[in-house]
Design a protein around this ligand. Structure first.
Ligand code: CA
Length: 231
């Protein structure tokens, strides 16, 4: 699936190994989002899709309230479909605020990166065990990238808790640049250098397509989803 607006484009691919694509993304004029669903049966697909739809209805506006609404919307669907009881999703979103700044919020391990002045920086911190070990100094950044603990999320939306997980909110530290939102199917396959190269090429759509192609060429072991935004 491909969606494009003037300055933003998204693309998603099931990958080369998985049977279903449990990722989802959404784009409108001032809001961009990517979600990576988890859960058995159709749960992951439902959770990520419900989260994106709810978020696009809620934003622009208060990130914390919008993430809570997405969490509640997943719980609501799960209540009416017992087979989907264990579903959840990551969510990373960007919006243009009234002051013109782009802000990012995330829960889980889907990421935001910024390419500005030729340099790639990561804007989000993962909610997973590998990140916790890294924070405690137990492993290095290189070890965290391949550590099994990256699969154990410490936070996700919809996973049965009555209280919605709080998103971490960051302001993009540049007046202009190119923003990438992605699921871990991208950053598990590609190095920062590979991401920076593909992100720097062509239009947002060309860049999004190139990122997907490279993740597939590197193995495509997971669903892979990107949204690329020039601001
Ligand atoms: Ca994934």
């Amino acid at each position: 699936m491909i969606v494009q607006t003037s300055a933003a484009a998204g693309a998603t691919h099931v990958g080369l190994v998985r049977a279903n694509n449990e990722d989802a993304f959404g784009i409108n004029d001032d809001v961009w989002a990517v979600a990576d669903g988890l859960g058995g049966h159709a749960g992951g697909e439902v959770a990520s899709t419900v989260a994106i739809e709810e978020l696009l209805q809620q934003l622009p506006g208060d990130f914390t309230a919008a993430f809570a609404a997405a969490h509640d919307a997943i719980l609501e669907v799960a209540q009416h479909h017992p087979g989907l009881a264990d579903m959840g999703t990551t969510l990373v979103a960007a919006q243009r605020d009234d002051d013109g700044h782009i802000r990012i919020a995330n829960v889980g391990d889907s990421r935001a990166y910024l390419l500005a002045a030729g340099r790639l920086g990561r804007l989000t911190v993962d909610d997973n065990y590998a990140q916790e070990l890294l924070d405690r100094g137990g492993i290095t950044a290189d070890q965290a990238r391949v550590h099994q603990g990256r699969f154990w999320l410490s936070k996700a939306l919809g996973l049965g808790d009555a209280v919605a997980p709080q998103p971490k909110i960051t302001t993009v530290p540049a007046p202009t640049g190119r923003l990438l939102l992605c699921t871990d199917g991208l950053n598990s396959e590609l190095s920062d250098e590979q991401i920076a190269l593909a992100l720097g090429e062509g239009s947002p759509q060309e860049s999004a397509d190139a990122l997907i192609e490279q993740a597939l060429a590197a193995g495509g072991r997971d669903n892979v989803t990107v949204v690329v935004l020039d601001f």
